[in-house]
Design a protein around this ligand. Sequence first.
Ligand code: GLA
Length: 387
Amino acid sequence: MDTFGEPGEAFAAHFGSEPAMLVRAPGRVNLIGEHTDYNDGFVLPMAIDRATLVVARPRSDQMVRVYSTSMQAEDQFSLETLERSQTHPWSNYIRGMLKSMLARDLHIQGADLLITGDLPVGGGLSSSASLAIGVGYTFQLLNDLNLLGEELALLAQGAEQSFVGTQCGIMDQFVVTLGRAGHAMLLDCRDLSYRTIPLPTEARVVVCDSGVRHELVASAYNERREACHEAVRRLRTRLPKLMALRDLTPAQLQEHADLLTGKLLPRVRHVVTEISRTVHAAAAMEQDDLAGFGQLMNASHASLRDDYEVSIPELDTLVELACALPGCYGSRMTGGGFGGSTVSLVAHDAVPAFATELRAGYQAHTGREAHTLVCTPAEGVRLIAIA
Ligand code: GLA
């Protein structure tokens, strides 16, 4: 029982029985490649050493009881009548994941679950994908299902799209499932092939949470995605082989810019340049070219701010402050945007002063409190303890 530690004790205290299994699903931070995944492009995220923990015990019926320590709330539902919860929105990632699994004709039994961990919720570190994958993997193990990591990630993505309503790409679920300790992951979101790249030892990844959470993030996100689809529809009138913005070269973009009226041109320009930056950034990392990598991060932020328009003034302030601090190679907003966090690449010996000064500068400029987190690349979802 010792191996279950505090999460096991919390489970026993809540459910009055010992747990059978403990699963850890990390959060993620994206180093570069933003809003490229749903355009069949490249992304370069890493799983992090902050995670959702799922403590579980199987049941012999079809009921699921789930207690969240951060929400301090319990939800209960039957696998036979799985619907969206109005009272416990956090539980929809769990309900949606299980519904996705059932829709695949996977046979699953009920369970008691306790959700805990040290991943900040809603801070742009993919706590939702982490929750869905953690729960999906737990049910996979409890029910002896034969799912590849890639399938689990796709099921979680489908769940978020249909059950929660964000038309998200595959990046978060994929790296949360298949991330590798010490490495970032260059993922080709078209065919899901990837290669892992060791993070240079002389640099650290520093995440800074702006503390701003915008409402309507899902609708703004879906709107960006729709703009990309609309651009592809228009471009296909002249480029019939174009499947996604991934296929558009910078020269073609220039040649057919007249089709992209209004905001479509800057939106597409972001996607095309960001995909190219991501591939170059991966190469820079492989060559230990931290300065080159940092410049690409800065350019990515400018593009997200000016062309894709998903940044907010607080994130811009954090990036500006970070770039002016000693030891910072580069900085950008990370994740979907409209709030959340920035990510900076910082020389390891400069990190303590960097974090302190960044928080102080942010407070002075905005009157808000920011939280910094030094992240190490962690392993994807895994079983931690079994009774
Ligand atoms: C969110 C989505 C991802 C990705 C990013 C933007 O995190 O879940 O699929 O599109 O935004 O890069």
